[in-house]
Design a protein around this ligand. Structure first.
Ligand code: TEU
Ligand code: CA
Length: 540
């Protein structure tokens, strides 16, 4: 493995949610010129690649995850010229660009779908039409079928996101053209949206479930593996690029079946099991976060999966400081640094989501009107129908809504996201004390810690390519070893707000600390303390 590492194994990827990153023209919506304006900021942070959430033409039912033209840019974000300029400017700075590839579904406003409403159209079979719906349910709750004229079409997400029919070879040909189009422009890869559910083996009724009835008919099917192999051998292999799959509901075995190099499908996948430890049944019913459950999942994935894509935040997940810290006011700074240490010292390619590097928090909206995400709005309606009281509906959303991660990036005390006087989604008032400008000046800030940690990682053999060995996983402390030929590191993380004893027998040189610790005279870890200890020459 060590010798087979490619650039994307050593890279750190920064995810940009374009709508909320930086607005260059004052209309309150982030855009491509805004990204260009901030490339130097990203370069200074030390990341190597940028994953852009969708910037394609889209009616924005699901903020771009509903595409109406794969080879055009959403006018709100700019033009294709802007995009070409972004690719060029990124290249000048040695930053790679990864595009979001959404091929499970298109927008219902895509010309293919508009044409396919006519049963006689040659586009009819680009989508999945039936005379009668089956009992499948959508990821956004409710039935997965909608009626047009006398027939029903399948949509695993919103009704404005009809699923493509991957049994139709013409769909495959169309998507190959789109891949070539972007790869020829110099794109370095794709993050493949819900890629393990694109192939529907049968359309029979599913076993009745509380959520996602029908999934056994489309989840990680043989047909999906065939498609991924073909896209790779016929297109992707011709370019220096990589793919990371967003793979819902996979276990470690299914992950390996998608990414093992011998199979020639994807290069890595985003698992969800570590995101599932703080809820029952579905993400809306949050339970108390128990660090040990997370440690167990991470140990399993680290040991069993060929190569991991490590993340704790993205545009679909609540902010990690609000989610995993007992008191995100008091411990936000040390806690964010501890989570950074975890994210960047696990084995695999780390992903950082915009704002994570300054410890941005959940939204704290007070009214339902402030929410923008279609999923949140749907769930709130559903909960109202079920007579959930208002306080409970607001509480559920405040903990689990995707809008928690979608507020504008906080550039300075005034916000600094836009020069206009409104933003597409309300800003977080805590921008006054959580922002990039302040943290650039403060040498103890979360941002500075990220910069230093990234530098450390980039120079560390053990972190870049060493193996992973669990050391201990208790209720409070997570520790593991990363070891390469010439370097051995012990990572010790207090994932609690308590002061547990440092595990016995730990010696070595402290090379990273979020408390400026230099020795072990204090035998107890501080709340959310994180340490990287060089034990190359000592036995731990
Ligand atoms: O998400 C897929 C997915 O299953 C979930 O993570 C989703 O965000 C939702 O919370 C289910 O409850 C991907 C994208 O990341 C997401 O933004 C899109 O809305 C979705 O696919 C459809 O394209
Ligand atoms: Ca704008």
């Amino acid at each position: 493995m060590e010798n087979k590492l490619k650039w994307y194994h050593k890279a750190i990827v920064y995810q940009i949610y374009p709508r909320s990153f930086y607005d260059s023209n004052g209309d309150g919506i982030g855009d491509i010129q805004g990204i260009i304006a901030k490339l130097d900021y990203l370069k200074k942070l030390g990341v190597n690649a940028i994953w852009l959430s969708p910037v394609y033409r889209s009616p924005n039912d699901d903020n771009g995850y509903d595409i109406s033209d794969y080879c055009d840019i959403n006018p709100e974000y700019g033009t294709m010229d802007d995009m070409d300029q972004l690719i060029l400017e990124a290249k000048k700075r040695d930053l790679k660009i990864i595009m979001d590839l959404v091929i499970n579904h298109t927008s219902d406003e895509h010309p293919w779908f508009i044409a396919s409403k006519d049963p006689k159209s040659k586009y009819r079979d680009y989508y999945i039409w039936q005379d009668k719906p089956n009992n499948w349910t959508s990821f956004f709750a409710g039935p997965a079928w909608t009626k047009v004229n006398d027939a029903y079409y399948l949509h695993l997400f919103s009704k404005k996101q009809p699923d493509l029919n991957w049994k139709n070879p013409k769909v495959m040909e169309e998507i190959k053209k789109i891949l070539h189009f972007w790869l020829k422009k110099g794109i370095a890869g794709f993050r493949c949206d819900v890629i393990n559910i694109i192939y529907k083996t049968t359309l029979e009724d599913g076993k009745k479930r509380f959520v996602l009835t029908g999934k056994e008919h489309y989840h990680s099917q043989a047909g999906c593996h065939r498609i991924l192999k073909e896209l790779r051998s016929d297109v992707l292999e011709q370019y220096d690029c990589f793919t990371v799959g967003e793979t819902v509901l996979v276990n470690t075995q299914q992950a390996n079946e998608l990414i093992h190099p011998d199979r020639k499908e994807l290069d890595m996948v985003f698992g969800f099991e570590h995101m599932d430890v703080d809820h029952i049944n579905n993400k809306w019913f949050k339970t108390k976060f128990k660090p040990k459950k997370m440690m167990k999942v991470l140990n399993t994935w680290q040991q069993e999966v060929y190569w991991n894509a490590n993340y704790f935040e993205n545009h679909d997940q609540p902010r990690s400081v609000s989610r995993y810290l007992k008191n995100d006011e008091k411990y936000r700074v040390v806690g964010a640094k501890m989570l950074a240490t975890l994210n960047l010292s696990l084995r695999g390619t780390p992903y950082i989501y915009q704002g994570q590097e300054i410890g941005m928090t959940n939204a704290n909206f007070r009214t339902i009107e402030e929410y923008r995400d279609l999923e949140s709005i749907r769930i709130e309606k559903l909960a109202r129908k079920l007579w959930f009281p208002k306080w409970l509906r607001m509480r559920i959303l405040s903990k689990a809504s995707r809008d928690n991660a979608r507020q504008p990036l906080q550039w300075n005390q005034a916000g600094g996201f836009t020069t206009g006087n409104s933003t597409w989604i309300p800003e977080n008032p805590n921008k006054s004390y959580i922002n990039i400008e302040d943290q650039t000046k403060d040498k103890n800030s979360i941002l500075k810690y990220y910069q230093e940690l990234i530098k450390f990682r980039n120079e560390s053999e053990a972190l870049l390519k060493g193996n992973f060995k669990p050391y201990s996983a208790t209720k409070k402390i997570y520790s593991f070893i990363r070891e390469s030929n010439d370097q051995k590191l012990l990572i010790v993380l207090n994932m609690s707000n308590k002061k547990p004893r440092i595990p016995k027998g730990i010696k070595g040189d402290i090379v990273v600390s979020n408390y400026h610790r230099t020795n072990f005279i204090n035998p107890r870890l501080n709340p959310y303390e994180a340490l990287i200890i060089d034990i190359t020459r000592r036995e731990a």
